[in-house]
Ligand binder design. Structure first.
Ligand code: NDP
Ligand code: 3PG
Length: 496
């Protein structure tokens, strides 16, 4: 149960405290932000509405802790991370239960999120000790006009305080995918959890507390992003922002100062199905990719461009699979669960109505109860329909029938989003050439888009992001290079 047992210190009455300097602390604002259960639409939890002074306090605490943490040997940093991973896995049921209630993720997927997060931390610790223990040794003589009288030792050093802002759909996993790399690289972290998903994330923060990390190394501030977000992201004490979410990330990057940014934003992942594709395989991946977690994944298949000649057969196979999806509450482990909010459900409905009015064909009857939306396949979508371009973040999937592969590639490249995409064909030469032509961060051949395994690079182009994630890239991104140049009194060449 949330806020019970080993997690009892998180609560001040019925309000979850924020975490600063190694202690769960009530806000001085006297205000809280309510979290509504997306399934029941009833109030669920309350989190602290932190003040700007409390943000300052967290940043100061992060600054002080980072100075000491940077002097902790790598093996010890890794040891702490392994301990954290083990504690999180021990506490997986409680954390997953929060996810079920707060973000309506089905129990099975919520457990996967927590365990995957533990594995991600373990891998980060292992990878980090290798990446960070290696630097570069350069000599001056390759550059014209130089003798070998300078040795350059380049190493990776921490950035300082990393601000981590995850979204609601993977609040725990996308928090640790920022925290793990930041900590192993010697940084401290100020975490601002998404409001919806904050309680699950704060339980993960308590695992950090139980793992015995130094006080102040990770602080967590809570409150509405729209209220404390700008103050926090433009705070002069922040040395890096790692953000995952929607267009908010574009606004943040415009305001941020001269600090490294890692932005993973929205996606409109195109699935291109060719005439020679294995249609059974394509249909399986379209349904898994389009409807899992009710389509609320940045990497969800968000538009299918299928060659006209095989469209009817593909649609038939997709519809057969949609029929088998269970629809209901996350506690029952249903495939389709309520979407995150009423606003989101209304937005999704608006996209479907727009497509219907403009002549698209819905293969299933539109059905909605509260935030629960039954899965819909929208066929014969044309470029003048909003759903051809916009990201629904819901269980509704548009099909565009195309006359040529070029038309599908063009649709993929004309979108502002460019996170992932996929192509289904049995011809590997074609698959590679099409993957090259699709201008997105990652193209999957014969499988739906996906972020994992978590050590793979993960990046969006255009409005889908800046920089690249994945364990290895995140560790490298959360460091800067420091060089020490040894100037010898004269040229020195080692003899064989
Ligand atoms: N590329 C990727 O890896 C992913 C992208 N996404 C994208 O995220 C979107 C859905 O997630 P959602 O959580 O709704 O996204 P939002 O952009 O609304 O929110 C993301 C995070 O930003 C915070 N936030 C809001 N306003 C500000 C602000 N002014 N300054 C700083 N932080 C702020 C939110 O806090 P609060 O909740 O308090 O408002 C939340 O923690 C979709 O577009 C989806 O595609 C999602 C997951 C992965
Ligand atoms: O937040 C998201 O949607 C993810 O980054 C996608 O992760 P997944 O591909 O593992 O679901």
């Amino acid at each position: 149960m949330a806020g019970q047992g080993v997690f009892k210190d998180l609560l001040d009455g019925d309000v979850f405290k924020y975490y600063v300097d190694g202690a769960w602390t009530p806000t001085t604002s006297g205000k809280s932000v309510g979290i509504v259960n997306p399934s029941t639409l009833k109030p669920l939890f309350k989190i602290s509405a932190c003040t700007q002074d409390e943000v300052n306090k967290c940043v100061d605490s992060c600054k002080a802790a980072q100075k000491l943490w940077a002097k902790v040997p790598l093996w010890k940093r890794a040891e702490h991370l392994h301990k954290l991973a083990a504690i999180m896995k021990d506490q997986k049921i409680t954390i997953a239960d929060c996810l079920v209630k707060e973000v309506a993720k089905c129990m099975k997927d919520a457990m996967v999120e927590v365990v995957r997060s533990g594995d991600l931390i373990d891998y980060t610790a292992e990878e980090g000790i290798r990446i960070l223990s290696e630097g570069k040794f350069l000599t001056s003589d390759p550059f014209p006009g130089n003798e070998r009288n300078k040795y350059c030792l380049a190493s990776k050093i921490p950035l300082g305080v990393v601000l981590a802002i995850p979204p609601f759909n993977y609040p725990v996993n996308l928090a640790v995918s920022k925290i793990g790399p930041a900590l192993i690289a010697g940084n401290s972290v100020l975490l601002k959890p998404p409001t919806q998903g904050a309680v699950a994330t704060l339980h993960m923060v308590h695992c950090i507390h139980m793992a015995g990390f130094p006080k102040g190394l990770v602080n967590a501030i809570t409150g509405k992003g729209s209220e404390i977000g700008d103050y926090t992201t433009t705070h002069p004490g922040i040395n890096c922002i790692s953000f995952t979410g929607g267009d908010t990330g574009i606004a943040i990057s415009k305001k941020a100062g001269m600090i490294p940014l890692q932005m993973e934003l929205g996606g409109k992942d195109t699935c291109l199905v060719l005439e020679d594709a294995d249609l059974e395989l394509a249909a399986t991946h379209v349904v898994k990719g389009g409807y899992s977690y009710s389509g609320q994944r940045c990497t969800a298949v968000k538009v299918v461009c299928v060659m006209e000649s095989v469209a009817d057969e593909l649609v038939k196979k997709i519809n057969e699979k949609i029929k088998k999806l269970t629809v209901g509450m996350p506690e029952k482990d249903c495939d389709i669960t309520p979407v995150i909010s009423e606003t989101s459900a209304n937005f999704i409905q608006g996209l479907v109505e727009d497509a219907k009015e403009k002549g698209a064909k819905l293969h299933q009857e539109w059905k909605r109860e509260g935030n629960l939306i039954w899965p819909v396949l929208i066929d014969k979508v044309l470029p003048d329909m909003r759903i051809a371009w916009e990201e629904p973040f819901g269980p509704v999937l548009p099909i565009m029938r195309i006359k040529s592969v070029e038309e599908g590639i063009h649709h993929c490249n004309a979108n502002n989003f460019a996170l992932q995409g996929c192509v289904f064909t049995k011809n590997i030469d074609k698959a590679i050439m099409i993957s090259d032509a699709m201008e997105s961060g990652t193209i999957q051949i014969n499988a739906a888009p996906a972020r994992g395994p978590d050590h793979f690079p993960f990046q969006g182009l255009r409005d889908s992001g800046i920089g690249s994630q994945g364990i290895i890239n995140s560790i490298n991104m959360m460091c800067k290079t420091k060089s020490i140049v040894i100037n010898l009194p004269g040229p020195s060449y080692s003899m064989g």
